[in-house]
Design a protein around this ligand. Sequence first.
Ligand code: SF4
Ligand code: SF4
Length: 145
Amino acid sequence: METRAQLLAPCGLDCGVCELYLSRDDKQLMSALISKGISEEVLPCEGCRAIEGKCPVLGGTCATYKCANTKGVVFCSECSGFPCMKLAPAADRADVLPHNIKLYNLCVVQKHGVEALIKKSSEIKQTYYRGRMLVGEGPKVESLH
Ligand code: SF4
Ligand code: SF4
């Protein structure tokens, strides 16, 4: 996989749009993250695959990363057990953590490939956090349409 594609984690999250990764090119963002209590030592984050699943947000090795490694899959969507409960949507902290994006991202990878996810991932993230939910139509961000 090329460099940008390596930023796509096995679980489907795109580290390439994570603030901890993006802080490499944005000193203001880095200061804001440090003021929120994120240790300067882990910034900027290199992305899940580069740090072998030791996501600083977790404070340990990610169980999904370990599992995907053990199963020998690049993405969870390739696993015979997909979709398992490690990827299940959860209301807990859904407004601040991106866990509910994983399955959608993995569907994009499975159906259209990694390049399609790379192209769409920023829009998916913005739509998730900023979209106004229109029942039956999905979330909408006016500035994106
Ligand atoms: S490993 Fe975690 S903190 Fe690092 S870029 Fe990926 S999601 Fe962000
Ligand atoms: S069982 Fe399969 S789908 Fe679930 S976390 Fe492990 S690799 Fe991913």
